[in-house]
Design a protein around this ligand. Structure first.
Ligand code: ADP
Ligand code: MG
Ligand code: MG
Length: 203
């Protein structure tokens, strides 16, 4: 695998495109159990990311991740801005100065991201948040063999499993049991995040 600056930029472009296409869907999901802005937050945030990173010539993935994190942190409100911002800032710290990443580097980076998200949001597995996608996916990435199609399926299955969960964190937690029967919006955007990453890693 060769995952460098070019691949990271491609990932961000593809993810942004998918978020723009799914903006209304993510909004609809958040209307059911939140405040209806997740599509808007993600679409705006990653559009800003793509603008910012396209005009800069990065030498290493760490500095690129850092800029992505800063854009998300400064341009996106709500829970998702700081959480996805943390994802990239923590990852940046792990891959500082690296021009190309191996699967084990991605694993280390996202392990740090997940720790950061959990520290910031205090959510655990089963609380019906993005952590329900992140935790199993990161665990799989830490293994010896990574098959990217399996990786995508794993992210998808765990995203779908959030439907049956009762929310314990975030706005959806105010609904208690009434949150059951709806997908978690952040789990769905996290599925896109990992699915688009895997597509680039497969190439
Ligand atoms: P807000 O809820 O502030 O309007 P968004 O709608 O953009 O922010 O994002 C909501 C998503 O953020 C949720 O679907 C959930 O996945 C994630 N989320 C919310 N709170 C937390 C938390 N404490 N820990 C982890 N993820 C969270
Ligand atoms: Mg919301
Ligand atoms: Mg909001």
């Amino acid at each position: 695998m060769n995952f460098g600056v070019e691949q990271t930029k491609k990932w961000m472009q593809e993810l942004n495109q998918r978020l723009q296409l799914q903006k209304a869907y993510l909004t609809e999901l958040d209307q059911a159990i939140g405040d209806g802005d997740h599509g808007l937050n993600m679409a705006r945030g990653f559009q800003e990311v793509v603008y910012k990173i396209s005009i800069i010539d990065y030498k290493d993935v760490g500095s690129l991740f850092k800029d992505i994190g800063m854009v998300l942190l400064s341009k996106v409100g709500g829970a998702s801005g700081p959480l996805y911002g943390t994802v990239f800032l923590k990852a940046a710290n792990e891959v500082k100065g690296k021009e190309s990443l191996e699967t084990k580097d991605l694993a280390a980076a996202f392990t740090a991201s997940l720790e950061g998200v959990k520290m910031r949001g205090k959510a655990n597995l089963g609380d019906k948040t993005m952590v329900d996608v992140w935790e199993p996916v990161v665990a799989y990435l830490q293994g010896d063999q990574v098959d990217w199609d399996t990786f995508i399926s794993l992210a998808k299955t765990n995203m779908e499993n959030t439907e049956q969960l009762e929310a314990k964190k975030g706005r959806a937690a105010y609904l208690g049991k009434r949150s059951i029967g709806h997908l978690d919006p952040g789990a769905v955007s996290s599925f896109y995040f990992f699915a688009e990453l895997a597509k680039v890693c497969k190439e």
